[in-house]
Design a binder for this molecule. Structure first.
Ligand SMILES: [Zn+2]
Length: 460
């Protein structure tokens, strides 16, 4: 279960603008507090069996060459922000591998901390759980967090087609890709989104950084995350991090090109909203209330989304006018560690005494992230729904959207007659390539910050 803990909700006055108090809030986002095991022992044993069989078959066909002399791979990070996603980072970590063989509640990660878990049944968490943040379900729906190959290798096995919106110990199988490296080690990439997996077949080579699928919540899972688990050529579990409590016989060297710090404090996103976002009950998509263009009279909710926020550290926050003068400044800091947290401020229209492109920016750990939004530019650009057309229709090659200013088009998605999404563009564009679609009836969904329009068309 995903839960939100409202540690505090405060009203912060602001010196100098006493009549315009800015309402602010804070919440922690807690991923998998109930410690659902990422797969059952039976599932793990079945996967091991499949991997060994597939490995033998591929070796016989000459598609897999494993050398005991080859060095262990050096990984890159296996989760990547999709190019179109409006964030800075898309992930945080909920759990590492548990190095304490005893259970329950006897846990120790590679850094001698407790960022891991075990269960009453004797499962010691065997991988890294990388969850998507902010808006894990929204990211899932919009393919904003991609799983990529951490190293060169060969797809030794994969499974797809399983339900991908689990919120608990479902007992179902996950969607996963297994990549074997030259030294015989295998990386497991689990919980992926149904039908998002690479089209490459078992036996095909993949390069480090290559797309493997989309982060999802298939199998035993409490929400979208990647479970990354690694075995050496003897099928011994590998701890990929070098650290003081990595006591695995498989070795205590780092398997990362650049090992990330145990806690990795960073700004994942700076965003503006029409209202405070709502984190709905799993698996409902979050009500993000994302908005970048505000009309006169609107209030603006500006928010920052942090990963691994450290106690007693400070985030500097500024609201900046179109002429680069600062309209509001404040700080955010917490007393304890949060793997995922967000802070927001509601600015009434009284703050927006200038028309144009405003900035909301946050600085944390020496890094500044700036989000731009417009204020007061909307009124002349109201979209008249009845005047929106797509042409030509029927279409062979390209569809053009008419009646919406191009910069207002935020996403265009195409659905076939069965309701399956067949194509999507997450950027400002008034043209959509349909040349690759099969003949038939389709629906185009056009999203702007203010509305969603639906248009039917025929591909011929
Ligand atoms: Zn896991």
């Amino acid at each position: 279960m995903k839960k939100l803990f409202f540690a505090s909700l405060m009203l912060w006055g602001f010196s100098g603008i006493a009549q315009n108090e800015v309402q602010s809030g804070f919440a922690e986002y807690k991923f998998n507090p109930d410690h659902v095991e990422c797969m059952t022992p039976i599932q793990r044993a079945q996967i091991m069996h499949q991997l060994k069989q597939s490995q033998a078959a591929l070796q016989q066909k000459g598609l897999l060459k494993i050398s005991s002399h080859a060095a262990a791979p050096k990984f890159i990070w296996p989760v990547k922000k999709a190019d179109s996603a409006p964030y800075e980072n898309v992930w945080s970590i909920s759990n590492y591998v548990d190095h304490d063989p005893n259970y329950p509640n006897q846990i120790k990660d590679w850094n001698c901390g407790t960022r891991t878990y075990d269960t009453d049944g004797g499962y010691n968490h065997a991988g890294i759980d990388i969850f998507t943040w902010p808006f894990g379900w929204y990211q899932f729906q919009n393919n904003q967090a991609e799983v990529i190959a951490a190293a060169d290798g060969v797809i030794v096995y994969k499974s797809d087609g399983n339900f991908d919106m689990s919120c608990s110990m479902s007992g179902g199988n996950w969607n996963a890709v297994y990549v074997q490296h030259a030294d015989g080690s295998i990386a497991w990439y689990g919980h992926m989104k149904k039908n998002s997996l690479t089209a490459k077949p078992v036996g095909a080579a993949v390069a480090a950084g290559e797309f493997l699928g989309v982060v999802g919540s298939s199998g035993n899972s409490t929400g979208p995350h990647l479970h990354f688990e690694v075995y050496n050529s003897n099928f011994d579990l590998v701890e990929t991090y070098q650290g003081p409590c990595n006591n695995f016989p498989s070795g205590n060297q780092s398997w990362w090109q650049q090992q990330k710090p145990y806690e990795d404090p960073k700004i994942n996103a700076v965003l503006t909203h029409s209202a405070v976002p709502v984190f709905n009950t799993c698996p409902a998509t979050e009500t993000t209330n994302l908005k970048n263009d505000f009309g006169n009279g609107n209030s603006v909710v500006a928010a920052i989304y942090l990963a691994d926020q450290q106690p007693s550290t400070t985030v500097q926050v500024q609201l900046v006018r179109p002429n680069n003068t600062v309209a509001y400044t404040t700080t955010a800091s917490a007393n304890v560690f949060y793997a995922a947290s967000y802070w927001y401020w509601t600015f009434t229209s009284a703050y927006f005494n200038m028309t144009g492109t405003w900035k909301f920016r946050a600085t944390y750990q020496g890094k500044t992230v700036t989000h731009e939004f417009t204020y007061g530019l909307l009124s002349s650009e109201n979209i008249e729904t009845s005047k929106v057309e797509i042409y030509p229709n029927p279409a062979k090659e390209t569809l053009t959207i008419q009646g919406i200013p191009v910069h207002k088009i935020k996403r265009v998605s195409l659905y076939d007659s069965s309701g399956k999404m067949v194509s999507e563009k997450n950027r400002t564009a008034d043209k959509m390539d349909v040349s690759g679609l099969a003949k038939g009836n389709y629906v185009m969904v056009i999203q702007t910050d203010e509305q969603t329009l639906t248009k039917k068309f025929i591909k011929e």
